[in-house]
Design a protein around this ligand. Structure first.
Ligand SMILES: [Zn+2]
Ligand SMILES: [Zn+2]
Ligand SMILES: [Zn+2]
Ligand SMILES: [Zn+2]
Length: 259
C-alpha cells in the first residue's frame, strides 16, 4: 500500500498523511492570525463598502481518504457552515469520482443522505440538501462515510478534525453565501510501478483485469502493447481512488461538460 505525501496549500510544505491534520491545524491558526493582523479575514470575508455587523462563521476542517488496492488517496478541506452535503458530493464527483452519474450517499450516525431526488423513505433515507452547520449537524471528531456508485463502489472516509469559529469583522461581507469549499491539501500522485516488468512507471490500467489479477492490470506504456485486452479498454492512471474502475478517466464526462 502506497501512502503518498501531499502539499499544504497554505505554506507549500510537503506533508505525510499521518502528520497532515496536525500541521494544517497549526497552519490555519497562524495564517488566519497573520491575516487578521493585516486587517484581512481569511478566507471567506471580503471588504465591502458599507458598514456591516460582526457575526460568526463556523468552518469545518475535514480530512477525507480512500483506498484502492494499490494506494491511499487523501484530501483536507475547509468547508463553510453554509455548505450542504450536496456541495460536498459535487466536489467529490468533480475531483475524484464522476464517471457515469451513479448514485451516492453519505452515512452519518446511522442515517443515510442520498443523492437521489427521491430518497428512499422506507429506509428513512434523507436528502443531501442539509447544511453542515444546521443545529450542530456536524461536530468535531465525527466520522462520516460516503459511497459513490452502489455497484462498483468507491468508499470515502471523512473525519471532522475541528470546527473553527471565526469572528468576522464589522464592515466585511461574507462570501460564505457562495458555499465556498477550500482545498487545503491533496496527496501527490502515487508512484505505481508496472505489474508486468516491475521496473517502469505504470501509466495505464486495465479495468477488466483489475478484478482478477490486480497487479498485472497496472502497466507501463511498453508492457501495455502486449496486454491481452484491447488497447481501447485501457484507462490512464490518474490521481484518484476511482482509477481503473467503471468508466473513470479523470476527465469530466461529456454529459457534465455540456450542462
Ligand atoms: Zn502548512
Ligand atoms: Zn461509471
Ligand atoms: Zn512494464
Ligand atoms: Zn486486461
Amino acid at each position: 500500500m502506497i501512502i503518498p505525501r501531499g502539499q499544504c496549500v497554505i505554506c507549500k510544505e510537503q506533508l505525510s498523511f499521518s502528520l497532515a491534520s496536525r500541521h494544517i491545524e497549526l497552519c490555519l491558526d497562524s495564517f488566519s492570525a497573520a491575516c487578521l493582523n493585516k486587517g484581512e479575514s481569511f478566507p471567506y470575508a471580503k471588504t465591502a463598502k458599507g458598514k456591516g455587523i460582526s457575526r460568526h462563521l463556523d468552518q469545518f476542517h475535514v480530512s477525507v481518504w480512500a483506498e484502492n488496492s494499490v494506494a491511499r488517496y487523501w484530501l483536507h478541506l475547509l468547508l463553510s457552515e453554509d455548505s450542504t452535503l450536496r456541495d460536498l458530493d459535487k466536489f467529490f464527483r468533480s475531483t475524484w469520482l464522476e464517471c457515469c452519474g451513479h448514485l451516492s450517499k453519505f452515512e452519518i450516525r446511522g442515517v443515510n443522505y442520498s443523492s437521489s431526488s427521491f430518497p428512499d423513505r422506507e429506509f428513512d433515507d434523507r436528502s443531501m440538501n442539509v447544511k453542515l452547520g444546521d443545529s450542530l449537524f456536524l461536530k468535531a471528531g465525527d466520522q462520516l462515510k460516503y459511497e459513490y456508485d452502489f455497484g462498483t463502489t468507491t468508499k470515502l472516509e471523512i473525519k471532522v478534525i475541528s470546527i473553527r469559529r471565526r469572528r468576522m469583522m464589522a464592515g466585511s461581507e461574507l462570501e460564505s453565501r457562495s458555499r465556498q469549499l477550500i482545498l487545503l491539501a491533496r496527496n501527490d500522485p502515487p508512484d505505481i510501478v508496472c505489474g508486468k516488468c516491475s521496473s517502469m512507471k505504470a501509466e495505464l490500467v486495465c479495468p477488466l483485469c483489475i478484478w482478477e489479477e490486480n497487479k498485472g492490470s497496472w502497466l507501463c506504456r511498453n508492457c501495455s502493447k502486449s496486454h491481452k485486452c484491447r488497447v481501447r479498454y485501457l484507462r490512464p492512471i490518474v490521481n484518484s481512488p476511482r482509477v481503473g474502475l467503471c468508466g473513470y478517466t479523470g476527465e469530466a464526462p461529456l454529459y457534465l461538460s455540456s450542462l
